[in-house]
Design a protein around this ligand. Structure first.
Ligand SMILES: Cc1cc2nc3c(=O)[nH]c(=O)nc-3n(C[C@H](O)[C@H](O)[C@H](O)COP(=O)(O)O)c2cc1C
Length: 153
């Protein structure tokens, strides 16, 4: 989202949050539903490169075909997992370039899908604003101690 027109449309479906207009760019990070349909296409290059053999390819594709089609919850879970990883990677990459990011779940997913003509299999998971740190920005808020968020079994 870079043009003023697209930013205005995004703001309207993001509860009026001004940051999507102020940021030079906002990414709509989408997860893919029915990802099993794309799996053969996604794995084929690994077979061609000799990284994966045909029996592994066949096994993975048939496993996905068995488990995914009738399980919308699983499809949604996988979409959220993949999109969350993509969002965090984007945020770290931006930070590495000296930029600031803001993750946002404050948007109407149906509105975003409608405004940006997302395919039925594209689920908007999170918005990430990227830009330059503004003077007077909040400092990073305190983090929980590690032992509160990690448990070894
Ligand atoms: C999943 C998620 C959704 C968020 N959604 C919004 C949002 O819609 N609007 C907003 O202003 N902040 C939102 N935030 C908070 C900001 O992204 C916040 O600035 C961010 O957590 C960075 O703060 P910190 O690094 O100081 O903890 C969200 C945070 C998370 C983790």
């Amino acid at each position: 989202m870079r043009s003023p027109e697209a930013k205005a449309r995004l703001k309207a479906v993001s509860y009026g949050q001004q940051k999507v207009v102020d940021a030079p760019v906002t990414f709509i990070i989408c997860g893919t539903l029915a990802a099993h349909e794309q799996l053969p296409h996604a794995l084929q290059p690994s077979v061609d490169a000799g990284i994966m053999d045909q029996s592994m390819f066949d096994g993975w594709v048939s496993m996905a075909k068995e488990s995914h089609p009738d399980n919308p919850q699983l499809q949604r879970d996988e979409a959220f997992r993949s999109a969350s990883l993509a969002a965090m990677t984007l945020m770290f990459a931006a930070q590495g370039m000296g930029l600031s990011t803001g993750s946002m779940s404050g948007f109407d997913p149906l509105g975003v899908a409608r405004e940006f003509e997302l395919a039925a299999t594209e689920m908007p998971v999170i918005l990430v604003t990227v830009g330059y740190p503004a003077p007077g920005n909040w400092p990073q808020k305190p983090r929980k101690p590690l032992d509160e968020v990690i448990e070894f079994a």
